[in-house]
Write a protein that binds this ligand. Sequence first.
Ligand code: BGC
Ligand code: BGC
Length: 858
Amino acid sequence: MKLKGLSCYTKKASFALTLLATVGLLACSDLPQPTEHDTAQAAQINPDVWPSIQSSVPKDLKVEKRVATLLAKMTVEEKVGQIIQANIGNITAEEAKQYNIGSVLNGGGHFPKGNKHATAAEWAALADDFYAASTDKSDGGVGIPLLWGSDAVHGHNNMVGATIFPHNIGLGAANEPLLMREIGEITAKEVRASGLDWTFAPTLAVVRDDRWGRTYESYSETPEIVAAYAKQVVEGIQGVYGQPSFMDEVHLLANAKHFIGDGGTYEGKDQGDNRDSEQQLFDIHGKAYAVALEAGVQIVMASFSSWKGDKLTAHKALLTDVLKEKMGFDGFVISDWNAHASINGCTPDVCAEAINAGIDMIMAPVTWKAFYHNTLAQVTSGKIKMTRLNDAVTRILRVKARSGLFDQVKPSARAYAGDQNVLGAPAHRAVAREAVRKSLVLLKNNQSILPLNPKQNVLVLGDGADDIGKQSGGWTLSWQGTGNTKADFPNGESIYEGIAAAVTDAGGHVELASTTVTYTRKPDVAILVYGEDPYAEFQGDKKNLLYVDQEQTNLKLLKELKAQGIPVVSVFLTGRPLWVNPYLNASEAFVVAWLPGTQGGGVADVVFTQADGSIHYPITGALSFSWPKTALQFALNSDIQHGYDPLFAQGYGLRFNDKSELAQLSEDSGIDLSTIASEGIYFKDGRPLKPWVLTMKDNSALPVVVEGGDFQSTNHALKAILVDRHKQGDSRQFVWTGKERASASFNSEEVLDISRQSRGGLGFGIQLRVDALPKGELNMSMSCGEGCQGVIPLTPYLSTLPVGQWAQLNWPLTCFEAAGVDMSKVNGILTLEAQTQASISVNDIRIVTQQAHYQPCP
Ligand code: BGC
Ligand code: BGC
């Protein structure tokens, strides 16, 4: 069958329609009529740009018949329930039954019964509850088993004890597609051990601007590398159609994401706008999808991002005309976490636009119930056509049937389910360790200092040396990868632990000093492990590629070691290439370890020789991303030859026998450091960060700008005094005399959009000390322009704190939103106002992610 036109209404004949008509589900005239917007989108599309793909999973008439039979028995309520996915923390099994919900997910940091340490058996038990609920037919329903999806994006990373592999950027540096297949297989098996059916992986983003906070989820800036991996990962996770492995008890559903162009947004902004031409959209961001579809991937997740200003979540031309019709995708398309809420005309509770554009399953994690009721009403009113709903349900049922779900027993009774021994099994960890070894990239090795002989005195330092959470990065046991301790990684090994084992076994001497140069035996060599702290999604977006080294701790360590004549090997933990010239200069050798995951021992395997001095493992990693010469080279891609001038080109990576001396590099980052504000941090070290300015005001019309020393408001109703917490003058004490109403405000001329942070559940945190409890009302507020603000009475919270002691208070940003703040227009991050006597000291104000420690809203 040959495709003639793109969509039914533009050319009156199309592949998908003919096909659907063949299985008797859809007639052309039943399709929703195009809106002007759809027509504009369709006009941007040239079908010749996109290939027709033959999936290796063919249409099977038995499956189609089975699906059609089920569909015919379903009520409209059951159909609407089928296309909704809820988060396990926001739905009970009883509700899943009542609403015939088609799917659940565990969002990052959501666990069965909220228990991070839940065992495989406990996960499988919850899966049983949902399974039983969904297959219940006591209400006369069809009883379709639900699918449980999870972000197993570098191993089954939401489960304590699982094998956590290097993040994709490190796997890209390993440049070994077949290793990907093994990793896919192991991940699938570990996910099966918890009783789940589907992983939201692989991410096929081809990242073109490394400022994006999800750069580490990408295998490479090079489309061909990502495409080569796509086939292997998909087959690793799902098995191969026609072979016994396909969706057997150790395989599960894979999910290519985020369709399409997520890695190419303008300025590398998360959920931003891709402005590529259509040809570039396919050539750069689409090739890996073609390969994944061919390999039989059954689920595709639509991207949060836009193409030329149109959000993918409601992009009919790309989702329906291109992906489903031209590329022949017959599985289902899921939207991303609440992504529909950002479509014009939609809210978290309702979005016919997304469904009509081609989203088959809506990820409405929290608001699923309202979404259900509203969608039902929209189907009744005809805003969503029954044919579209039937198509969506058919696709979901088809995938369920192909995955074997209809012929399964309850989750806990499936092979390996509930078997804790599968998680972090020694054979799995060995593959992860191999992946770590192969992902290491050597950027500098002056005087061939590496590999090191283990029979030496070795000093290990750096805050990344003995921290499995830090070495694993985001999407590790919590969404942001923060808040983890060693106890959370029973099957993990820190980089230091691996080094200690290698050195001790060989008869050497090792010491761990972490953040100061201290030792009992003068070291022959030091290994400094440092780099980025964990982040996920937009929390990792940057304005440039400067490596942020708080208070230059690591640079100072490097310099001190140098002063003592101790040679240093830097092991750099990072989710992307960063400008680190001063660190390269101060190290004899520099190894990029990316975010290696739980098997930190892989670093020592390579960095040290065997006890007899022979090479243990060679170093083979090669950059799959170009490395910048300045902090401003963020869109540095090897296939754009014009002006390509990296410090290290894509493909670079020294071998141990390369005799290469890296000369001193320029330490000019290309940016004026004084102009940089730290994102999400507003007040630190006693000073507001740019662009924020601290002012005080009382009844006098003149605000006083507070800069440097101690200040008073014009009528002396409020004082701002520099006080010490950790160091001199790192905090501000505000003293209200009670004379008249007075306030201190952190304002900016630039408007800040933190709506995304608010939607993502982030919080606003203040580190403060109550010096004298307010005698009456002390309010805090956030403002959003003329007459726009949200006030929260602070006194009740302060009353719970011990006077004279530092404490951290956090509120979800949504508290401010509920109090009236328009989060997209914040120009005053905090105002403290009182008319009464009071005194509090403030040390730090920032956006926080520790969702567990929130205060209730007033
Ligand atoms: C991310 C997806 C993820 C989903 C479910 C979203 O915020 O963009 O990659 O699969 O959440 O956790
Ligand atoms: C969830 C993640 C999700 C994110 C999206 C978080 O609260 O835990 O799974 O990707 O929100 O904003």
